[in-house]
Design a protein. Structure first.
Length: 156
């Protein structure tokens, strides 16, 4: 950048400062999340519950629903599981993700996919397609501390 463009230099300096502040904020929020997780970890054995990772039904009149659960219990911190309608409210897709705090204190994102139908004889089901371990810093970068604590996160 030339010295003849003082506005451009100012913008570049401000962008650098913003980047520094953002990095510092992420580090501080990640440290805060680590402290929160340390404090609640002893309670997870009592408060954690089974985390559903799959569902299937054949759609036949007397068929049973089948559910699968994660091998570890946990708490759902952010739930963005959803259903999308693709055919006049009678068929659609299961989609979305969840941020999970497992009973061992680790964080994990689960992404699901599948399809549903309200028609008798048509199967419905979903399963976890991707399971990703996250560090507290990764979780804060992706969702933000406020969203994690409030359970309202949107994935970037």
């Amino acid at each position: 950048m030339s010295s003849s463009d003082p506005f451009g230099e100012l913008v570049a300096k401000l962008a650098g400062k913003v980047s520094e502040l953002k990095g510092s904020t992420i580090e501080q929020e990640a440290a805060a999340l680590e402290k929160i997780l340390e404090r609640i970890k002893p309670l997870l054995g009592v408060t954690a519950h089974h985390i559903q990772v799959g569902y299937h039904t054949s759609g036949q009149q007397f068929s049973k629903e089948h559910t699968q659960y994660h091998d570890k219990k946990g708490l759902i911190l952010i739930d963005q599981f959803d259903r999308e309608c693709t055919d006049r409210d009678t068929r659609g897709d299961y989609l979305g993700w969840q941020l999970i705090l497992l009973e061992d204190g680790s964080l994990k994102t689960l992404e699901r996919s599948g399809d549903w139908s309200r028609w008798q004889g048509e199967s419905s089901g979903w399963g976890i397609q991707e399971e990703e371990d996250l560090s507290p810093q990764d979780a804060v970068k992706r969702y933000g501390l406020k969203a994690i604590v409030e359970g309202t996160g949107q994935r970037d």
